[in-house]
Design a protein around this ligand. Structure first.
Ligand code: ADP
Ligand code: MG
Length: 352
């Protein structure tokens, strides 16, 4: 078992509080990803869980028992770092077996556990190699192997793929997901990359400035963001935001163009920020008029930046549309796809 409970976690460095009361439940076997911009407190939270930072307040439990007083070594948690932290003078087998050796496990058991982990990670033919004889992805696997041999209740990963090139990142993220499916161990994984979070997580925790903004399954966050921050952070290309007002039940833009019915629960005359994802905008014969300013073919789709009532608005389509800069177009929004946010606070308003 390896369920984790965080209650009102606070962390200050001197007078500065950087975690402002974090609550989080991680179920046994769950893959939870903490995501948010650099500096929002992800690593601090992870390191607090591992016992590498002393929290200023709150309670951390594993399977219902407090671990706050426990030394990192006694927490039954294994952490994988971004920089791998391998010992250059030790071969792969010794690097992987090192935590067991420190724990005075007998050599026969170490060899067995290392062989098992190497098998799982595809490192069996490389046990005699030294870190400098390995690729970045292989080094990352050794670092994971060193965590696996400990058979911990919880794995922690802090941006493990940041040092890898783009293609390898995509490959390793699938490998880590498969590894989780095979081992079934609880994972708490930190990244600033929302695509990594979306593709890997059972549950995403979006953080900002030491607060949790929203917790949910990837597509829940994508389809039902709680606020403008989450809406803008999750999804690439990002959601469009347009200033709007409700008139006769319609969402109306600054230039008087009507977009679509306003979400239920808004009142006539109310100003708000309209959020629309690029793939939910259709280029049609009627609808709000705008001017194409940029055409970006990505291959699978074409992205158009359209000036809509003074706001550059990204439209993405799989149609091979022959449009060029300066063309006049009309945009319509798929029914029910407009999300309203409070123009001041960014909180979500009404419902679709
Ligand atoms: P993230 O991992 O999300 O990028 P961190 O958890 O590393 O963010 O940092 C959160 C905040 O805490 C940042 O403002 C950072 O400057 C601050 N911080 C982190 N470590 C220390 C430290 N040892 N002393 C003082 N401030 C720190
Ligand atoms: Mg960090």
């Amino acid at each position: 078992m390896g369920s984790v409970q965080l209650r009102d976690i606070r962390k200050s460095y001197g007078p500065v509080e950087v975690l402002h009361g974090i609550d989080l439940d991680v179920a046994d076997g769950e893959f939870v990803v903490l995501v948010g911009p650099s500096g929002c407190g992800k690593s601090t939270l992870l390191r607090s869980l591992a016992g590498l930072e002393t929290i200023s307040g709150g309670e951390i439990s594993i399977d219902g028992s407090s671990i706050v007083h426990l030394h990192p070594k006694s927490r039954d948690i294994a952490m994988v770092f971004q920089n791998y932290a391998l010992y250059p003078h030790m071969n792969v087998a010794k690097n992987m077996g090192f935590p067991l050796k420190m724990a005075k496990v007998n050599q026969e058991t170490i060899d067995k556990k290392v062989a098992q982990a190497a098998e799982i990670l595809g490192l069996a033919p490389m046990l005699e190699r030294f870190p400098k004889q390995l690729s970045g992805g292989q080094r990352q696997r050794v670092a994971m192997g060193r965590a696996i041999v400990r058979d911990p209740k919880v794995f922690l990963f802090d941006e493990p793929l940041s040092n890898l090139d783009a293609a390898l990142r995509v490959q390793m993220r699938a490998e880590i997901k498969q590894l989780h499916q095979r081992l079934g161990t609880t994972i708490v994984y930190v990244t600033h990359d929302q695509i990594e979070a979306m593709t890997m997580a059972d549950k995403i925790v979006v953080m900002k400035d030491g607060h949790v903004e929203q917790i949910g399954a990837p597509l829940d966050l994508y389809d039902r963001p709680a606020n403008k921050f989450v809406a803008g952070f999750i999804g690439s290309p990002a959601m469009n935001f347009l200033p709007a007002v409700v008139e006769n039940g319609q969402a109306v833009l600054a230039d008087g163009n009507r977009l679509t019915p306003a979400p239920v629960g808004l009142t006539n005359g109310q100003t708000f920020t309209a959020g629309v994802r690029p793939e939910h905008i259709m280029i049609t014969d009627q609808g709000a008029a705008g001017t194409v300013t940029v055409v970006e073919p990505t291959g699978a789709e074409i992205q158009f930046i359209v000036d809509l009532a003074g706001t550059p608005t990204l439209v993405s389509t799989r149609d091979r549309m022959q449009l060029t800069q300066g063309d006049q177009v009309h945009l319509a929004i798929e029914p029910g796809r407009l999300i309203a946010f409070d123009a001041e606070t960014g909180a979500r308003l009404g419902s679709a």
